[in-house]
Design a protein around this ligand. Structure first.
Ligand code: TMP
Length: 249
């Protein structure tokens, strides 16, 4: 039996996560922090329990997504705030799936927030903090070498599959899935070379979740728009999913 990979040096610090190398070159260690940012880092705060809620929700959802046939980077959770993942080369094309119009699409196209879409919509954004993640077309991704045609086709197909899984999941919990963002990566391990894995996270930081009936926001818009206490909102979401209070209340 081989030992589980041991955490080694920190090599990337994001807005809400840190990524470490491990004793296995094909495995990374992701630590979820309590950091919260919005508007590309302009607004910042520390929210108690946020790292743990996000790590546990993301692991739970990734397991369901994998069971539905979309491979993910997740290997396991060595602690409630850490994930062990396959090392991937992140594709710099972020995928947003929308079921209702909200956020940037409303500003861009003059739609009212909450407008139903006739079918789920997939949008691509170029992953670039300097440029504020602009909306792009397939043509941009192909022309500038960010992804190949078959990869874009896979991203669309897999994201719509994830949407089906997530919509059913949130629906059962009395929550409407409005939209969410996904990131994918190309596996680096020799035996997996070329395989595309769902990467990063699926959390209320990168999703819009509205309580059915009331329309109350149960996601990071609470922080972006100053609608209440983000920590309380995230702990409430945790209790809905797992049927128990985080840390026993
Ligand atoms: P948007 O309305 O700002 O385009 O965002 C759509 C969804 O994607 C929303 O749930 C938030 C999420 N998202 C991120 O998680 N990170 C980002 O950088 C962006 C632009 C959106």
């Amino acid at each position: 039996m081989s030992l589980p990979p041991q955490r080694a040096e920190l090599f990337y610090t994001g807005k809400a996560k840190q990524v470490f190398r491990t004793s296995d070159p094909d495995v990374y260690w992701i630590h979820f922090t309590d950091g919260a940012t919005a508007f590309n880092g302009v607004k910042r705060a520390t929210i108690r329990d946020k790292g743990e809620v996000n790590a546990r929700i993301s692991a739970h959802i990734f397991e369901r997504v994998a069971a539905a046939g979309v491979p993910t980077h997740l290997l396991g959770a060595p602690s409630p705030v850490d994930h062990l993942v396959h090392r991937v080369d992140i594709i710099p094309v972020e995928v947003v799936v929308r079921n209702l119009a909200a956020g940037s699409i409303c500003k861009r196209l003059g739609l009212e927030e909450g407008t139903a879409l006739p079918r789920p919509m997939v949008e691509f954004f170029y992953k670039s903090d300097e440029l504020n993640d602009p909306l792009i077309t397939d043509e941009h991704a192909l022309m500038f070498g960010w992804a190949e045609a078959w990869e874009l086709a896979y991203l669309r197909h897999a994201s719509l599959k994830v949407n089906q899984v997530l919509r059913a999941f949130w629906d059962e919990l009395g929550v409407t899935l409005v939209d969410f963002k996904l990131e994918f990566g190309r596996a680096m391990a020799r035996e997996r070379r070329g395989q595309i894995l769902l990467a990063d996270e699926i959390t209320p930081d990168g999703s819009r979740l509205w309580e059915k009936g009331t329309g109350r926001h149960l996601d990071k818009d609470v922080f972006r728009r100053d609608l209440g206490d983000l920590g309380d909102t995230y702990r409430e979401l945790f209790a809905r999913i797992f049927g128990e209070q985080l840390h026993g209340g």
